[in-house]
Design a protein around this ligand. Structure first.
Ligand SMILES: *Cc1c(COP(=O)(O)O)cnc(C)c1O
Length: 417
């Protein structure tokens, strides 16, 4: 039977794993080893030729295990499962989300190239693009949710006359405001810049909704990218990242990963295998809870405005994009408390059940203040433009009973002002 006949959540317990090859162990063992023994010198040579891309695999030839920076059975299985989840050819896991992002962009950008990206992005990504990449003589152009293709194309030609972007990078929904960018519009932009076989690579940071509620590859993206620290790991006990897509470009990124050394370690990969089994029920349950919490927040007198995908109304900016590319609203809620930093901090300091911590997508609910925490590094004018002000609070809803979270929120509001 072809595995494609089954749903991803069914495959996460069995796909690509044969217990007979592992002493009958029902779960994939943790191969906590740095290196692997070759059966012969010839075999070692063949493995290296394939791993270094010196020749293609012969039909039925398998790449054996070499060294855990290049490959490892536990990591391999986690990668096969994530690829199956997205219906993609290949997936790679990294030591962190930033490892996935930096390795991907460094694979394809050379000095003199231009990167086009949609703001806002995760704070670390913003820093990498604006502080690290320009040091390698890479040009950076930004665009914003709601801008037209024409505006974006004009900005690129004004800032870098005669240049075409090598990578178009977006994060959707945007962190921390849940702004939406149209993936298909970005795919058209990439098409616009196509020249012969050369086309900008469209990379989508799918951390907030994927791989369950949003499928960038189905909307024309080349790479769906993750901080696996968040929903994929889902238990606040590992740091990881991932890239998913067609064999080409993923194979090129794999080679770069081998030499930057940004692969995931076997133990984290083993934890990821466990987490993938419950990914769908966790994400669904968290989103159901978040919808209830968001509805309650929207009615609260001490709140100015709630930014939650499930509350988008017809005609509002982003609603048409939401209907086209997202199948559910996820579990990230941002809201603007009435007042300023003082009121926001009073709320956070009196909030029970939630943990006051950055990160997101875990089983426990988290709360933070983007302007002075995750996004402290964003320049003031950019903060203002994106709506990241002192009133903004970001919640990540976990698996607690939503009614209990609402109780805790109401109690915290009573202490404000
Ligand atoms: C956390 C996060 C990252 C960075 O991932 P790390 O695992 O912390 O390196 C990138 N993008 C988004 C959207 C994130 O939330």
């Amino acid at each position: 039977m072809d595995y494609k006949e089954f749903s991803p959540e069914s495959l996460m317990m069995s796909y690509a794993y044969n217990a007979e090859d592992h002493q009958g162990s029902i779960k994939c063992p943790l191969y906590q080893t740095s290196t692997f023994v070759f059966q012969s010198a010839e075999e070692g040579k063949a493995f290296f030729e394939i791993a270094y891309g010196l020749r293609a695999k012969c039909p039925n030839e398998k790449l054996g295990m070499i060294y855990s920076r290049l490959n490892n059975p536990t990591l391999d299985l986690a990668e096969k499962r994530l690829a199956a989840y997205e219906g993609a050819e290949e997936a790679l896991f990294f030591s962190s989300g930033m490892g996935a992002i930096s390795t991907t962009v460094l694979t394809f950008l050379k000095p003199g190239d231009v990167l086009l990206y949609a703001s806002p992005v995760y704070g670390g990504t913003e820093h990498l693009f604006n502080h690290a990449l320009p040091g390698f003589n890479i040009g950076i152009v930004k665009f914003y949710a709601g801008e037209t293709e024409e505006t974006i194309i004009n900005r690129v030609s004004k800032e870098f006359p005669g240049k075409k972007p090598k990578i178009i990078y977006i994060e959707v929904p945007g962190n921390p405001t849940n702004s939406l960018i149209d993936i298909e519009m970005c795919a058209r932009l990439a098409e616009h810049y196509k020249e012969g076989d050369c086309k900008p690579l469209l990379v989508v940071d799918n951390t907030f909704l994927g791989p369950v509620f949003q499928h960038p590859l189905q909307h024309g993206a080349d790479i769906s990218l993750y901080s696996a620290t968040k929903f994929i790991g889902g238990h606040s006990d590992l740091v990881g990242g991932a890239c998913v897509g067609f064999s080409n470009p993923i194979c090129e990124i794999r080679v770069m990963r081998s030499f930057l050394g940004s692969m995931m370690d076997p133990h984290s990969a083993w934890l990821v295998l466990r987490s993938l089994e419950t990914l769908k029920i966790r994400m669904e349950q968290q989103a159901i809870g978040a919808a209830k919490v968001a509805e309650h927040l929207a009615k609260h007198p001490k709140i100015e405005r709630v930014s939650y995908l499930g509350l988008l109304k017809n005609g509002e900016q982003g609603k048409d994009i939401y209907d086209k590319q997202c199948s559910f609203s996820g579990s990230m809620i941002s809201f603007y408390i009435k007042g300023g930093e003082k009121e926001a901090y009073q709320f956070l300091n009196n909030l029970h059940l939630f943990k006051l911590a950055v990160s997101l997508g875990s089983t426990e609910s988290l709360a933070e203040h983007p302007a002075t925490m995750t996004h402290i590094d964003v320049p003031d004018d950019e903060k203002q433009r994106l709506g990241i002000n002192e009133q903004l609070i970001r919640l990540s809803i976990g698996l607690e009973k939503p009614e209990d979270l609402i109780k805790a929120i109401d109690e915290a509001f009573r202490k404000v002002g």
